[in-house]
Design a binder for this molecule. Structure first.
Ligand SMILES: Cc1cc2nc3c(=O)[nH]c(=O)nc-3n(C[C@H](O)[C@H](O)[C@H](O)COP(=O)(O)O)c2cc1C
Length: 182
């Protein structure tokens, strides 16, 4: 599949169907992160695999927002991205976390899994829960399989997500002419 087509299909589908995701699959995904570009090649990120539909983590990530998810549609696994120090990521580290998130999403997509990057998470609670000394969660990728349909509308002003009159999920993307400053 062309990369553009992958990006067109790789929506954040928040309603997932229960499925089994093997630890091996998640370890294969982490293998991709060995080769990622990162600021000054310091390789400051670490990862924790949660290979099951962990209800406690689900609750920490399902904070009140526009997208409150019922338990039966919870993700089936998680990959937590963290740092070795308890820091608020600076610009460069934040960029590394973003790149890692995208690589995880793409590697999961290749395996047939849907993903959601979740930044709205109780990080301190998550750190205490995973309990890996010296590992400080910064972001989490929820992983699962979803049959949810999302309509993508490419346009020149509207952003965000909504539902249409038929209750279909819609995501708005700004078109190329709007993104490209002339
Ligand atoms: C840095 C970052 C943080 C995000 N945090 C959340 C989050 O906390 N909860 C959530 O439901 N989605 C989160 N998302 C997913 C975005 O809401 C989603 O990418 C956006 O609505 C566009 O939809 P799309 O991924 O289908 O293109 C996050 C995405 C990024 C890149």
């Amino acid at each position: 599949m062309k990369y553009l087509d992958i990006l067109k299909q790789m929506r954040s589908k928040r309603l997932m169907n229960p499925t089994n995701i093997s630890k091996q699959d998640l370890e294969d995904v982490v293998e991709h992160l060995v080769y990622m570009q990162n600021a000054r090649n310091l390789q400051q990120l670490r990862y924790v695999i949660i290979d099951h539909a962990d209800e406690a983590i689900f609750k920490m990530t399902n904070l009140v927002s526009d997208h409150k998810i019922p338990l039966e549609n919870a993700p089936s696994a998680y990959l937590i991205i963290g740092t070795l120090h308890d820091v608020n990521p600076n610009k460069l580290l934040g960029m590394d976390i973003g790149i890692a998130s995208q690589i995880i999403k793409e590697a999961c997509f290749e395996k047939g899994y849907d993903t959601i990057t979740i930044n709205n998470v109780a990080l301190k609670e998550l750190a205490d829960y995973v309990n890996k000394p010296g590992f400080y969660p910064q972001n989490i990728i929820a992983i699962g399989v979803s049959t949810m349909e999302i309509k993508t509308i490419v346009n020149n002003k509207q952003t965000g997500t909504t539902k249409d009159e038929h209750n279909n999920h819609v995501v708005y993307k700004l078109d190329k002419d709007t993104l490209l400053m002339k």
